[in-house]
Design a protein around this ligand. Structure first.
Ligand SMILES: *Cc1c(COP(=O)(O)O)cnc(C)c1O
Length: 377
């Protein structure tokens, strides 16, 4: 019999999710409205700390869309985007008719390089264009260099939208990712730190902004008994059933972050003995990653593919690093500023199984497979 497949980052239920769902059924709150949505938003805001509010939405992508709209991004604008990311970070820029200008990564966090960002800003200013927003990502849970990026945001008066879809619980200088920018984004997709099956959150710093997001997310209905509309809206509100799953997940959030960090310690111990492999790690103690995924850099593309296929034979899932956006056919005509570090990361990088539900037995299987692979090299 084949062993069961070890997945990259599967959903991990805490146990009480179904109690909340049962409650929602009992009260017949089977709708994109209901008490569990507000409760889930409050639990998230409590977790994120003072001066934060969260609007619960159907996806992280929807949260990025509304965040950009709240920043006033519109047709013809330019948005400075991290190139190394999942396409969901950038698609909403296109929804608004705006143009992404891509910024490369630095080699410590793999996130938006502050020097490349400043070059991009200066170039756009020289061309008479004031970029409308900076859209950065805390990729794989690793906090970006926020001090430097916030400084540039202030210097050039460009607001920040922080894509923290992968970074719930990560901190930079003790402050939680998603709370630095004018707006922050969380995702509760099935593969993220916690899941609502599908879902997202927009982190705001005022009640007005949160209410505006919810207004747009519910078809921009004006206050009237009949249906009155002055603006275009969307159907983006989270459902009360998804929020019920979220309430159960909030009870295990801290534990799951701790388990992801333990997985990282496991990989760290293993790869310490393999000189040809570099494990992606925090540059120093000011960076605290949730280690959503553990990522290694191998000696070459060939070695990366060999390991990926070897693990696949052992029923262990792994994935190449995100293909940079400026290399995607979708964005072939967009500007890019950077040193092309992300091309190398894409070629040599591999994401390893990192779910919070990995058992001791799973970890043993992973260790054995990795040992066999690297002993043969
Ligand atoms: C998952 C993810 C998103 C999108 O979230 P969804 O909830 O799937 O729409 C955005 N950005 C990054 C970096 C992600 O990993």
């Amino acid at each position: 019999m084949n062993p069961k497949q070890i997945l990259l980052s599967p959903p991990h239920m805490g146990g009480t999710e179904q109690d909340y769902i049962a409650q929602a059924f009992q009260d017949n709150w089977i709708a994109p409205a209901g008490p569990h949505i507000d409760l889930f938003e409050n639990r998230l805001a409590d977790f994120l700390g003072e001066n934060t509010q969260v609007a619960a939405l159907q996806s992280g992508t929807a949260a990025i869309h509304l965040g950009l709209q709240l920043l006033g991004v519109q047709n013809g604008d330019e948005v400075l985007c991290q190139s190394l990311t999942f396409v969901a970070s950038v698609n909403p820029v296109l929804y608004l008719g705006a143009t992404p200008v891509f910024v490369g990564s630095e080699n410590e966090t793999w996130n938006m390089c502050p020097d490349a960002l400043e070059k991009a800003i200066l170039n756009r200013l020289e061309n008479g264009i004031q970029p409308k927003a900076i859209l950065l990502v805390h990729l794989y849970g690793m906090p970006a260099k926020m001090n430097e990026i916030v400084r540039l945001s202030k210097k050039y008066n460009i607001p920040i939208l922080e894509d923290a879809a992968e970074a719930l619980g990560s901190t930079y200088h003790g402050k939680l990712c998603g709370t630095f920018g004018d707006f922050g984004v969380l995702s509760f997709n099935g593969n993220k730190i916690i899941t609502t099956s599908g879902g997202g959150g927009l982190i705001c710093h005022s009640e007005t902004a949160k209410q505006k997001a919810i207004f747009w997310a519910t078809q921009a209905k004006e206050a009237a008994a009949h249906y009155e509309h002055k603006q275009m809206g969307y159907n983006y509100r989270m459902s009360n059933i998804s929020a019920s799953i979220g309430l159960g997940q909030m009870e295990v959030l801290s534990k799951h972050i701790q388990l992801r960090r333990q997985n990282h310690a496991f990989y760290q111990q293993f790869f310490d003995t393999i000189p040809q492999v570099t494990l992606h790690q925090e540059p120093n103690e000011n960076f605290n990653s949730n280690h959503w995924l553990n990522v290694i850099q191998l000696a070459s593309f060939e070695q990366r593919e060999a390991l990926r296929l070897y693990l696949e034979q052992h029923q262990i899932e792994s994935r190449p690093v995100w293909k940079p956006m400026h290399l995607q056919p979708l964005f072939q005509n967009n500007l890019y500023f950077g040193d092309h570090l992300e091309t190398e990361l894409f070629n040599n990088g591999l994401c390893l199984a990192s779910g919070s539900s990995l058992s001791a037995e799973d970890l043993n299987r992973i260790r054995t497979a990795l040992e066999l692979f690297f002993n043969k090299l």
